[in-house]
Design a protein around this ligand. Structure first.
Ligand code: ADP
Length: 468
């Protein structure tokens, strides 16, 4: 019962289903730009929420002083402190370890949660400042809060709903910046929330601090999201929006992007059916680290069920999420001639029996298809943003062509998938060039960013403090 012919059939069917031809990618680019328009035209006009952030000024390097950041994005939170000397100086960063949020606090009251965070913050401040002289103005904090928030100013916003395992009912509908400030007051900590931001906005801020041509930021880690600088007059759903810069950062929530042009297979449909957020985050489920391993696992499981090339491995491959994306990356990057690493990972991490070299090659083949599709779709999304703001060289009024020269555009990218998975990064970079063409691609820089969610928030606190 070897049935290699059946295996080849499954593989080639999967490969066809994942096709990201250049024509297909261009359709995705256009769809992204169209959906962005729709999401800016009215609330609910698109699966892209296109949330206003009220950030209308990004750090430019002139910021000075000491600022704090608090990053609450999941089951951990971090606090950090930065010191800035102006003139785009090197950022001196002081950080504490990530701290887990005790599980009971994730389902308790907002007062308990924010008191806990305020206490940790206070300990950190006391430790950091030691006998240092107190600044004459109140301490400024950038608060990165990576849950859906309806922002009403740069420093306040109302929690729409919890995600990622949090269930603190009384916090829903409240201004989370105010909740934190009240807790800090209760705990005797003199500090003000100067900026309340989403993690992508932090990445954009840090990118802009280093390079003023930075126009967008993308995060591709466990999940995926993007933000960019939009002209206020293009934000039709908010008529009369006025900012000094004439622009505002828009948080796209692009993980929820959807288009019929996305190459979707039966494995994607099954994965979606079995996730708690069924029908949500369609783009994210094809692109981000949380899911790539499981798409791969599903294809391998099918092959194990219909052939015996993996020996008796069907049982080891049946459990959802047993194949994590970093392991998949490690197998992809195995360049030993006999794929020793692939073999070791399958045996040690998935308890699969030893399999033939040919079968190991097949595993790598499946991984390659999944990763290549993900990276190329992310690339199309990025070009979609550039197209929306006239930076894709496609011409016409406002196309970003000045005096025959295309303006330089930098996109800051952060997250484990892009920074840690070299094949993913290469496929993404390559696809951007393929879509834009060599000449335009020369004006587009993809720049790896690190820790924008923390440092960027502190920088935005500095920017807000400077302009107020
Ligand atoms: P998060 O998005 O959880 O805040 P990261 O940006 O560090 O944090 O992303 C972590 C995710 O990135 C992991 O869930 C994993 O899926 C993926 N990842 C991290 N390192 C690698 C790697 N070397 N290869 C492939 N995927 C990785």
């Amino acid at each position: 019962r070897r049935k290699w012919s059946r295996v080849v059939e499954i593989l080639s069917e999967f490969e066809d289903g994942c096709s990201t031809s250049i024509a297909r990618l261009r359709q995705v680019v256009d769809a992204m730009a169209v959906e962005m328009h729709a999401g800016l035209a009215s609330d609910g006009g698109s699966k892209l929420k296109m949330l206003l952030t009220f950030v209308d000024r990004l750090p430019d390097g002139e910021e000075k002083g000491t600022y704090y950041a608090l990053d609450l994005g999941g089951t951990n939170f971090r606090v950090l402190r930065i010191q800035l000397g102006g003139n785009r100086s090197v950022i001196l960063k002081h950080e504490v370890e990530r701290q887990p949020i005790p599980e009971n606090l994730m389902m308790g009251t907002s007062e308990d949660l924010f008191d806990f965070i305020a206490m940790s913050l206070k300990h950190f401040v006391v430790k950091e400042e030691g006998s240092e002289q107190r600044p004459d103005r109140s301490r400024e904090l950038g608060f990165t809060f990576s849950f859906p928030v309806r922002q009403v100013s740069v420093s306040s916003g109302f929690l729409i709903k919890w995600t990622k395992g949090f269930a603190i009912e009384d916090a829903v509908g409240k201004d989370v910046a105010q909740c934190l400030e009240e807790a800090m007051t209760r705990r005797g900590l003199d500090m003000r929330v100067a900026a309340l931001v989403n993690d992508t906005v932090g990445t954009l801020a840090l990118g802009h601090y280093h390079d003023e041509d930075t126009v967008a930021a993308v995060i591709i880690g466990t999940g995926t999201n993007a933000c960019y600088v939009e002209r206020t007059d293009a934000i039709i759903k908010c008529q009369g929006l006025l900012t000094n810069s004439g622009g505002m950062v828009v948080n796209m929530e692009w993980g929820n992007f959807w288009s019929s042009h996305l190459p979707r297979t039966s494995y994607d449909v099954d994965l979606d059916d079995e996730t708690a957020n069924h029908n949500d985050q369609g783009f994210e489920k094809m692109i981000s680290g949380m899911y790539l391993g499981d798409i791969t696992r599903r294809v391998l499981y099918r092959i194990a069920q219909e052939s015996d090339i993996f020996g008796d491995a069907a049982a080891s491959l049946s459990a959802p999420f047993v194949l994590r994306t970093p392991l998949m990356a490690a197998m992809h990057e195995d360049d030993s001639p006999d794929l020793r690493e692939v073999s070791r990972i399958l045996q040690e991490n998935l308890q699969m029996p030893e399999i033939s070299l040919k079968a190991r090659r097949l595993v790598v083949g499946v991984i390659d298809i999944v990763t290549r599709r993900a990276a190329r779709l992310a690339a199309a999304g990025i070009v979609g943003i550039l197209k929306k703001i006239g930076r894709d060289g496609s011409g016409g009024i406002g196309s970003g062509k000045t005096k025959g020269k295309i303006r330089r555009s930098v996109v800051a990218i952060e997250g484990g998938l892009y920074s840690g998975y070299s094949m993913f990064r290469e496929y993404l970079n390559e696809a951007v060039v393929e879509i834009l063409g060599d000449e335009v691609a020369e004006s587009v820089v993809l720049r790896v960013s690190e820790d924008g969610s923390g440092i960027g928030a502190a920088l935005l606190a500095a920017t807000a403090a400077h302009s107020s």
